[in-house]
Design a binder for this molecule. Structure first.
Ligand SMILES: [Zn+2]
Length: 377
């Protein structure tokens, strides 16, 4: 129904005559004339429905790869304390609507014996600490997924389930793998998938134990994700170790995923930072990719391998006339550095406070293909 408003044209002509005597008497005469009231119906244009806009931020961190130096330094009386490791960066992760971590070493727990390079097994407590630091989902398709066999995979997944942490990339069963993990924030829904280039030559006992990068296997999962939720986030464990720029197979694969409609691609494995970029898919769609987030927490040595960070992107959903469109905005990077604290444990801290001389070169490196990238510190 159209809103019709009546506007009254009402005009008064007033005249006021004041007559003042000379201190003796005064009299006032007021003459008022009123014109007839004219009421004209004015049709307003139909009220434009206001578009509804919501925003959800997605943050991600790189490899959590626990060498023995890291877990031994985190030992406390009855287990391991990794909360201190994330204390300085947890406030950044907590402000994200969705925060993802790549748990590269499986968390098979102490009961099967902890181990370091080349076949990792990590304590459960790292998972608890990531969750307390604000992580909402972990990816577990890595070249180290099969390091300690089926037991480590099952123990890891049982622990993720116990603490209610969604995981993707390595699964307990076909059914578990077919259940694509989703999260919804501010009425924006996300699907999460994760794949690795390989598993150091170890053959999986079951195909669902780890997801490999294989476009034919990935395509149906991506298509299902695209149909199920608003956005698809794919983690890729790929690239050449210690290379600071993506290789051709990385850029080719990410473009193919952009063409399939994938919205956000989080890369890791090179142990060093590779820059983010905005790709355009075949349908003109945007795809935000970061080729490598480096190490977030590890026992590797060297400034480049201890430099990592938190990448962030805002998803803006605009709904008008029951049609929703999505935009990727405000890319952000918060560089971090892993160092040994004065008390001996490993901690992830802002790069600027640990290595101020690296802040500018790292900022330039990360924004080379994305000048609008905001570097925070
Ligand atoms: Zn790796």
């Amino acid at each position: 129904m159209k809103a019709i408003k009546y506007i009254s044209h009402l005009a008064f002509t007033s005249s006021l005559i004041l007559l003042f005597g000379c201190g003796q008497s005064s009299s006032t005469t007021q003459v008022e004339t009123e014109e007839p009231v004219v009421q004209t119906p004015v049709e307003e244009p139909p009220a434009e429905p206001e578009p509804v806009i919501t925003t959800a931020s997605v943050y991600a961190i790189g490899d959590v790869l626990l060498h023995d130096s890291v877990y031994n330094a985190a030992r406390v009386n009855d287990g391991f304390d990794f909360d201190s490791s994330f204390e300085r960066v947890a406030p950044i992760l907590e402000r994200a609507d969705v925060a993802i971590a790549n748990q590269e070493s499986m968390i098979g727990g102490s009961e099967i014996g902890l181990s370091s390079y080349p076949a990792f097994n990590s304590p459960f407590e790292i998972g608890d600490a990531l969750q307390r630091a604000g992580i909402d989902l972990v990816t577990t398709a890595n070249n180290h997924t099969l390091d300690r066999g089926v037991r480590a995979i099952e123990n890891s997944i049982n622990h993720w389930n116990e603490i209610g942490m969604p995981y993707t990339g390595s699964f307990l069963s076909e059914e578990d793998k077919a259940n694509i993990r989703t999260l919804t924030a501010n009425e924006i829904s996300f699907s999460f998938l994760a794949y690795t280039y390989g598993t150091n030559g170890v053959i999986p006992k079951q195909p669902y134990h780890v997801n490999y990068i294989d476009l034919e296997q990935m395509r149906p999962e991506i298509e299902k994700a695209e149909q199920t939720t608003d956005l698809t986030v794919v983690s890729l464990h790929f690239g050449t170790e210690y290379e600071t720029l993506p290789n051709e197979s990385q850029t080719e694969l990410t473009q193919k995923l952009a063409d399939l409609g994938v919205d956000i691609i989080i890369g890791h494995h090179p142990h060093v930072l590779q820059p983010p970029k905005m790709l355009e898919g075949v349908d003109g769609n945007q795809t935000f990719v970061v080729y490598s987030l480096g190490n977030f927490l590890s026992g590797q040595q060297g400034d480049d391998r201890n430099t990592g960070g938190i990448i962030g992107i805002d998803v803006v959903k605009t709904t008008e006339d029951d049609v929703s469109t999505f935009e990727l905005k405000n890319p952000m990077f918060y560089p971090t550095f892993t160092q040994k604290s004065s008390e001996g444990y490993y901690e992830v801290v802002p790069l600027k406070s640990a290595k101020p001389e690296l802040f500018s070169p790292v900022s330039n490196h990360m924004s080379q293909w994305l000048p609008e990238l905001t570097i925070e510190q």
